[in-house]
Ligand binder design. Structure first.
Ligand SMILES: Cc1cc2nc3c(=O)[nH]c(=O)nc-3n(C[C@H](O)[C@H](O)[C@H](O)COP(=O)(O)OP(=O)(O)OC[C@H]3O[C@@H](n4cnc5c(N)ncnc54)[C@H](O)[C@@H]3O)c2cc1C
Length: 446
């Protein structure tokens, strides 16, 4: 479905989203989006000073963080500021000439767009990182009351945003809602000794309509994943756990509320802003502000265009790392190495040290995803898609059954301020994913 009739495509980027497919036994036990792969190797060599920054060849470090994406930067910032004695001689190395990894914000011609992730969940740890990085005043949070839509049978239908919307939303039929309600009380127990996929768990507990109209599009749009292979425990760990602790989703919810009310209250850091509801966040000039701010604070500890090409173990228990750098090959020796590179990169690098680790890391699947930003004039949007004359909302998800290749669209210029010039709107579309790897054959280099 198209909302408008004249557009300008300003960016198309193809990237890979780490995913939890096929090898569920190796999944991280967590519900976070895409987990970094971190291998921490430690040794007992005594700390030694780094040589001068201009000539690091042969230098000794306490810890080397490999990878300058958000994982590597957060680890380096935590080591440098919260545990300064743990690794006084710390180096972060990044293969490319910029930090941020997947995070790629571009600002051009009055537009500001994201080519990788679009936003973050404003959890307290995330807000703490932003505030610690000096970005409190730069935080922007989406309007929690803005609707989210699912395209179903040719119409964009709002997703319920709170329990009181449940009886009225038209994305599901009355029998579908009743099935979900009874299922949430726990009518079908989990199969013993089997790690369920998202599809198996949701169809069993909440019925086919919840799966097909809500969860399947969510998995495709947010994880670019295949819910028949994605592990429920890994992808939606909090919901999975409800059934474990309370025998059903509703039983577990009551138990979790009870436990939360009984738990000792730790005072919240007063520096942190309080989001007014379920929403997502970014920064005034896009997500790249965070890696750039952390990198500036780390200063000369960050080495750009340093690509780790091999790692070997030293007799004294430490590690020798060989880098390709603009100045030629550079070798570092270090007590500890922290890998935050994509798992297939870590797999190749660690092969000489451990076949077991390398084999496990090679099993993570990264589906291809294209991020396509498109701008339209505001008056090109169909009136029925507007609320009070504006394109309001977070965006829309599209179930695979609806015959539209786009997985989901974020209304970038509605979600955060200053993303498009006046009179224009900016949409970010994600295309591809685990169920449409054929997009790779459509790649053309221009
Ligand atoms: C299209 C897309 C949309 C997404 N949307 C969201 C979203 O909206 N919200 C969200 O929370 N998450 C989202 N994610 C997930 C999020 O982007 C990732 O979880 C996160 O960026 C991973 O960061 P990282 O530091 O672990 O890895 P990366 O960002 O992959 O960083 C790894 C770094 O290692 C470097 N490296 C690789 N090889 C070497 C080497 N040999 N030597 C030195 N350095 C090396 C790379 O250049 C890179 O900079 C999205 C991901 C994608 C792809």
């Amino acid at each position: 479905m198209s909302m408008a009739n004249s557009s300008t495509s300003i960016s198309v980027t193809l990237t890979y989203l780490p995913n939890c497919h096929l090898r569920r036994s190796f999944l991280p036990n967590s519900n976070s989006k895409s987990k970094p792969t971190r291998i921490r190797c430690e040794s007992t060599i005594s700390p030694a000073r780094l040589s001068t920054q201009s000539n690091l060849d042969g230098a000794l470090a306490d810890a080397v963080v490999v990878g300058g994406g958000i994982s590597g930067l957060c680890i380096a910032q935590a080591l440098a500021t919260k545990h300064p004695n743990a690794a006084p001689n710390l180096i972060l190395t990044e293969a490319t000439d910029r930090v941020g990894g997947n995070i790629t914000t571009i600002e051009r011609d009055g537009y500001l767009w994201e080519e990788g992730p679009n936003s973050f969940q404003p959890s307290d740890p995330m807000l703490t990182m932003a505030v610690d990085s000096g970005l409190k005043e730069e935080l922007v949070l989406g309007d929690p009351t803005a609707p989210r839509f699912v395209l179903w049978n040719g119409k964009l239908r709002p997703v319920p945003s709170s329990p009181k919307d449940l009886p009225f939303f038209d994305l599901m039929s009355i029998p579908g809602k009743l099935r979900a309600g009874f299922g949430a009380l726990g009518i079908r127990p989990p199969p013993p000794g089997h790690e369920e996929s998202v599809e198996e768990f949701v169809r069993r507990n909440l019925g086919d309509e919840v799966f097909e109209r809500l969860i399947e599009p969510f998995c495709s749009g947010v994880y670019a994943g295949d819910p028949s292979k994605l592990s429920m425990k890994a992808a939606f760990g909090k919901v999975w756990k409800l059934e474990q602790i309370g025998g059903s989703i509703i039983g577990g919810t009551f138990k979790a509320i009870q436990e939360r009310n009984q738990a000792p209250k730790t005072p919240r850091d007063p520096r942190l802003p309080k989001p007014k509801g379920q929403t997502v966040g970014s920064f005034r000039k896009g997500l790249a502000m965070l890696p750039n701010a952390i990198s500036s604070r780390l200063g000369s500890k960050v080495k750009l265009s340093w690509k780790l090409s091999s790692i070997s173990k030293l007799d004294n228990g430490g590690y020798s790392l060989t880098y390709e750098t603009p100045e030629g090959l550079v070798t570092l020796q270090t007590k500890s190495v922290i890998f935050t590179v994509p798992s297939h990169v870590a797999s190749s690098l660690l092969r000489p040290l451990s076949d077991v680790a390398a084999d496990s890391l090679a099993k993570f699947y990264y589906p291809p995803v294209a991020a396509v930003s498109i701008s339209y004039p505001k008056d090109a949007i169909r009136p029925e898609c507007l609320i009070d004359g504006e394109l309001k909302g977070f965006g829309q998800l599209i179930p695979r059954s609806q015959g539209v290749e786009t997985l989901g669209t974020i209304y970038s210029s509605s979600l955060f301020p200053n993303r498009a010039p006046s009179g224009r709107i900016l949409l970010l579309n994600y295309i591809g994913g685990a169920t449409n790897t054929g997009i790779l054959s459509k790649v053309r280099t221009v």
